[in-house]
Every structure is written in structure tokens, then in C-alpha cells.
Design a binder for this molecule. Structure first.
Ligand SMILES: Cc1cc2nc3c(=O)[nH]c(=O)nc-3n(C[C@H](O)[C@H](O)[C@H](O)COP(=O)(O)OP(=O)(O)OC[C@H]3O[C@@H](n4cnc5c(N)ncnc54)[C@H](O)[C@@H]3O)c2cc1C
Length: 445
């Protein structure tokens, strides 16, 4: 059983399939390419997740280093393995890697996917083409029957491991990365269900409270399957909104599956012709959370400390980068790729493109988030900013979002605004006008 983005033992169809056939050799391969693209927070999360998986596999998990095809060949020979089991992968890198392995003559038995409904399955009933807009996708997606969670294999016989190269990646000093692993995922969802799920429809936008599930890293690493979560939801409004958020993850996976070039390229091609600025000092200030806009800075510092950011502020900082600093979305997406513990190619690239106005049913480009008003609305009493921006912690309530209006607003060294939002808004709309006259480009195939 080759584990990849499915680091759990419950509700795991591929593991069940492998266990049905006899003794199982659990294996994780440290793939250099993926490791290079991840920063220390995501790597430390992965290291902890592997330890947690190993605990639930009676310390029989193999952790091997090397090229996946070579490692798999070695394992096939050593264990005389009849079959290699995987959860099917759909993202461009994983799908290509698996196709190459199969082409090299190694048979992979695919059972299950990291999604409730596999990418590529939801199609328009009229002509069988994929959806480009979320709402009709959601309607189609909702008609799929979600099977009951798979029970953990009862008699899981595990072979003695030969490689135990557990990485000891550590998160940087001062960071606070969520607890990894399947047990932590279930504990967090239970806590969220008891405390916040029934108000999720309202609370999910409030950055200063613990109102969202924080399942994203658990879902990214497959420590929990979305099916397990969906089956716990009822028909109330709050639960329905939560179901729709899980479906956004599935929608973006579907869009990326049909448009693999949109991992780093534009979905709406005409936006690649827009005039952008090179990332320089302002980009550095954005990355470090020193733009002088409290809501933006709090979010960027949350990312650096936790490797996670609230959805509302992901949208605000993305809009700020593209429309206030006029920097292409890919630069921001790469910074997120380095720092997020929940980095997911589909949700990240399309979350960025949605905000930048160049994605699927994107927020129109001309709708520019006002970073100050967003802060006042979604962090009304300033708790979020106070938590991550100590230079402003002495300010009370909503005034924290406008330190320039307060006499001692800058007394603790908080930086001045690096741009004038009103001016940059006009500039971004002018740049939009320049490309608007051109004929819209349809997504490349
Ligand atoms: C610029 C930008 C970049 C993003 N990058 C990522 C990323 O790399 N990885 C990632 O998992 N999510 C990403 N998102 C989506 C979203 O911000 C996170 O999934 C969410 O904040 C995770 O917190 P949560 O688990 O508490 O979410 P909850 O609100 O509890 O939602 C439950 C689950 O639904 C899914 N979900 C919620 N909102 C979205 C969304 N807008 N798009 C796709 N799925 C969603 C996630 O799997 C999430 O865990 C990005 C959004 C933006 C705007």
C-alpha cells in the first residue's frame, strides 16, 4: 500500500482492498520534487503526520527515500508483492507521476480518490462537458450518492518494514503549526461540530474567532476523507453551507483536472496580457506582513506563524497583492505554496485566480476588496489584528484597523501604508480597461 495523500487507516478504500488480498506492506516515499517545493512548516506537519500514521500501523510503516518507480521496484522484488495499491491521484504532478510509473511497467491498483466525487465525474447532462461555473457544478455534484465510510480493515496483517527513514523536519522556532494525524483530525472535527458548526454560515467569515473547521490540512494529507465529514452533516442552513465549502474543493479539483495548465497559468487567458509590476520591495513587505494595512499584515503574519490563514483574509491579501500592488497572482500563490500546511494545487491556484478575477466564475476584476473596510467588517473588535500584530495590540476595538486616526497609533513602530488604496484601485481599473477591449480568450485546452 503506497500512501501519498491518504495518511489514515479509517475510511480508506485502497487500504481495505490491499488488506483483503493478504499481508500489507505500508509504504510512504519521500519524493524530492515535492519536498523541495514545501517550506519547513508543511514538512514538519508531514513528518508528524507520518509518525501518527506509523502509530496506527503498529510501527510497521516504511518510509523510503528515492524516485518512486525505483523504490516501488525494490519493494516489489523484496516482498514479492503481487499488487501495489494506491488512492488515485488527479492533480497534474501526481497524475503524471503515476502515469509514468505505469508506463514503466509497474501495475498500480487504484481504489478510491481523495474526493467525495472523483474529478471528471460531474458533467453537464446536456452535452457531457465539464462545468465551468460552481453553482451548476454543485447541483450536479449533489446528485451523486456518497457511499458509507469504509471500516478500518479488521485483520490488517502488516509485513516487517525495511526502511524507517522518518524525517525529523521541525517547524521554525516560534511557529505554531496545527496538530497532524488522523486522531487529531477527528478530534478537531468533533470540537468544531460541538462548538461552531451550527453557526458556520455566519461565523465562517469572522477572522477573529475559531469559527471554521480547520480541516484543510487534514484533508490535504488525507488524514480524513471528505466523505467522512459529509456524512455527519444534516440539512440545516449552516450544515448546507459547510457542505458547499467541501464542494468548492471538489469543484477546483475538477477544474484543474480538465485544465491542467491552470496550475500556474491563467484560466482566463486575457489577464496574462494585463500590465503587472515586478515583485520588489512592496512584495517583500506583503510577504513579511509589513504593508501598513492591519488586516493584511495580521493575515500574512498568521501564515508565517501557523502555516494557515483564514479564508476571508486569504481573499483580502490576494486581492491586495494583485489589485493594490499590481503583482501577478502566481507570485502570491508561490509564497502560499511555500508556507501553507494545507497547500493544495487546485484550491490554491483557483482561489488565487478567483480573487484575481481570472478564474472560473471569478469575483469580477473590478470588485476590489477594500482592506480597511474588510477588516472593520470581519474583525469588528480587532481581535485578529491584535493577535498577530503586536505593534498595534495597544489599540482598542475597531480603531486598530485605522492606526493613522489614533494619536498613538504608530507608537510601537507599526509601518506606514506602502500604497494609497484609493489611488491603486483606480490604477488597477485603468489596467483592466486596457485589456477589456480585447476579445475574451476561452480557457486553453
Ligand atoms: C488565495 C486563496 C488560496 C487558497 N489556498 C488554499 C490551499 O492551498 N489549500 C486549501 O485547502 N484551501 C485553499 N484555499 C481555500 C480556503 O481558504 C481554505 O480551504 C480554508 O480557509 C481552510 O480553512 P478551514 O479548513 O477552516 O475551512 P472551512 O471553512 O472549515 O471549510 C471546510 C473545508 O472546505 C474546503 N474549502 C473551504 N473554502 C474553500 C475554498 N474557497 N476553496 C476550496 N475549498 C474550500 C476546504 O477543504 C476546507 O477545509 C484558498 C483560498 C484562497 C482565496
Amino acid at each position: 500500500m503506497w500512501f501519498r495523500r491518504d495518511l489514515r487507516i479509517n475510511d480508506h478504500p485502497a487500504l481495505c482492498k490491499a488488506a483483503e488480498l493478504g499481508e500489507v506492506v505500508p509504504l510512504f516515499i519521500l519524493d524530492e520534487k515535492l519536498i523541495k517545493s514545501a517550506g519547513s512548516k508543511r514538512l514538519s506537519y508531514l513528518a508528524n503526520s507520518l509518525r501518527a500514521l506509523d502509530d496506527s500501523l503498529a510501527n510497521k510503516l516504511n518510509v523510503a527515500i528515492g524516485q518512486p518507480d525505483q523504490v516501488l521496484k525494490k519493494y516489489q522484488e523484496h516482498y514479492q508483492a503481487d499488487s501495489i495499491h494506491i488512492t488515485e491521484e488527479f492533480e497534474p504532478y501526481g497524475a503524471k507521476r503515476d502515469a509514468k510509473i505505469i508506463a514503466a511497467g509497474i501495475k498500480l491498483t487504484k481504489t478510491g480518490t481523495p474526493y467525495a466525487v472523483a474529478p471528471g465525474s460531474v458533467r453537464k447532462p446536456t452535452d457531457g462537458t465539464p462545468y465551468r461555473v460552481y453553482t451548476p457544478f454543485y447541483k450536479g455534484w449533489s446528485t451523486f450518492q456518497i457511499p458509507k465510510p469504509y471500516l478500518k480493515p479488521a485483520n490488517l496483517k502488516l509485513a516487517e518494514p525495511i526502511d524507517r527513514n522518518f524525517p525529523d523536519w521541525k517547524a521554525p522556532a516560534g511557529s505554531q503549526v496545527f496538530k497532524a494525524g488522523e486522531i487529531a483530525a477527528h478530534a478537531r472535527f468533533e470540537q468544531f461540530s460541538a462548538a461552531a458548526l451550527s453557526q458556520y454560515d455566519v461565523a465562517r467569515n469572522l477572522a477573529g474567532i475559531d469559527g471554521t473547521s480547520k480541516m484543510s490540512a487534514h484533508l490535504k494529507w488525507g488524514e480524513v476523507h471528505p466523505r467522512t465529514l459529509l456524512l455527519q452533516l444534516n440539512q440545516t442552513k449552516a450544515h448546507e453551507v459547510y457542505r458547499k465549502e467541501i464542494a468548492w474543493r471538489e469543484f477546483y479539483a475538477d477544474v484543474l483536472f480538465h485544465n491542467p495548465h491552470t496550475d500556474w497559468d491563467y484560466y482566463a487567458g486575457q489577464f496574462s496580457k494585463m500590465k503587472y509590476d515586478e515583485p520588489g520591495e512592496k512584495f517583500k513587505a506583503w510577504c513579511e506582513g509589513k504593508t501598513g494595512f492591519p488586516f493584511v499584515d495580521a493575515a500574512m503574519r498568521q501564515l508565517l506563524i501557523e502555516g494557515w490563514m483564514h479564508n476571508r483574509t486569504r481573499m483580502v491579501v490576494a486581492s491586495f497583492l494583485v489589485k493594490d500592488l499590481h503583482i501577478e497572482w502566481q507570485h502570491g500563490a508561490k509564497h502560499f505554496m511555500e508556507h501553507l500546511i494545507d497547500f493544495d494545487m487546485a484550491s490554491n491556484s483557483h482561489g488565487w485566480q478567483w480573487t484575481a478575477g481570472c478564474g472560473t466564475d471569478a469575483s469580477p476584476y473590478y470588485r476590489v476588496f477594500n482592506p480597511i473596510e474588510q477588516g472593520k467588517k470581519f474583525d469588528e473588535n480587532g481581535d485578529y489584528v491584535r493577535k498577530y500584530v503586536p505593534e498595534l495590540a495597544h489599540l482598542q476595538g475597531i480603531e486598530i484597523h485605522e492606526p493613522w486616526l489614533v494619536i498613538d497609533g504608530y507608537s510601537n513602530g507599526y509601518p506606514n501604508q506602502i500604497v494609497d488604496h484609493a489611488k491603486e484601485r483606480i490604477e488597477s481599473l485603468a489596467r483592466l480597461e486596457e485589456i477589456k477591449m480585447r476579445k475574451p480568450e476561452m480557457p486553453k485546452k
